[in-house]
Design a protein around this ligand. Sequence first.
Ligand code: UDP
Length: 365
Amino acid sequence: KKVLVVVGTRPEAIKMAPLINLLKKQDWVDCRVLATAQHRQLLDQVFEIFGIEADIDLDVMRPNQSLPELTSRLLTLLDVVLKDEQPDVVLAQGDTTTVMAVAMACFYRRIKFGHVEAGLRTGDMDNPFPEEMNRIVAGRLANWHFAPTENSRQNLINEGFATEEIHVTGNTVIDALLDVVQRCDEDAPSVGVGRRLVLVTSHRRENFGAPFREICQAVRALVENNSDIEVLYPVHPNPNVREVAYELLGGVERVTLCEPLDYLPFVAAMKSAYLIMSDSGGVQEEAPALGKPVLVLRNETERPEAVKEGVVKLVGPNSDAILLEAQRLLDDPDYYQSIARGVSPYGDGYASQRIVEILRGATKV
Ligand code: UDP
């Protein structure tokens, strides 16, 4: 049997790496890796960390490429690959344009498609940003839904999918995290004696503009109000993020702006952090497993499990809410401990193993 794993961006590479490495060890399957390279440099470093090489690279990104342009190029290029490769199964993860295009390309060629991290929903289709639509299209076209949690399984049931197509596996991000967490300590950032580290990331389209300015203003006020904290902020390459971050936080005392970190130093930074502020999906899933509170810089999340569990806080890109919650976590040790419990609703590190076993059974080898 031949399985083609498709990845486009950094989080997809992180979340698919454990699955790729496990598939590569199986004697019943030939696992091939296709990088669309929707984010070139962020994806390459992840492959290196996990010892993966792409068999096929579409290098699809062009400067200022619109989403319709990206989608149509992807569809055309993917169709050629599927025709040449003739895989029995294609796997892709998450909610990017790559995932939606792969699901469609498989549909046109009648090739079976497995959606990893299936069933996440905000329920908000009015949001003009494409992730919810990408998830819905990929789900609609999938033959297997690998849902990370019971909640995501329930979303798929509510949309009418057959129970036998849905498998709760946990999220492969925890497999990746547990793989690197023991080998990242020498990459830890240096933090001043007696200081607490606040780690910040932000890159979502929905926060571009005024919301992102509020986030930066809140970070600045927090550092100015607390002489014992330091901020580390790996800035996403998107100019909408980069220009504002350097304008509002560049040169501010105890704020370090840096390039996106490789996965090992980033996990080391999460481990060293007292508090994390992020609008990232992956970070919301990883931080609870490391016992680190996250303030989610969004108004909604397709990952409600950790919010319900009380281990992350949905504050929105709102300066007052960010400052209120962050200050409480800095000042109240009992409150901090009630959140930093090290409870992860997203998996136990065996998600990839479950997916491989399901595929093996389903492809009857
Ligand atoms: N990450 C990283 N370096 C960074 C910031 C994030 O390696 O400088 C990792 C993080 O641990 C997580 C993933 O990248 O696994 C999240 O990617 P991103 O925030 O770009 O996307 P999202 O998860 O929101 O789709």
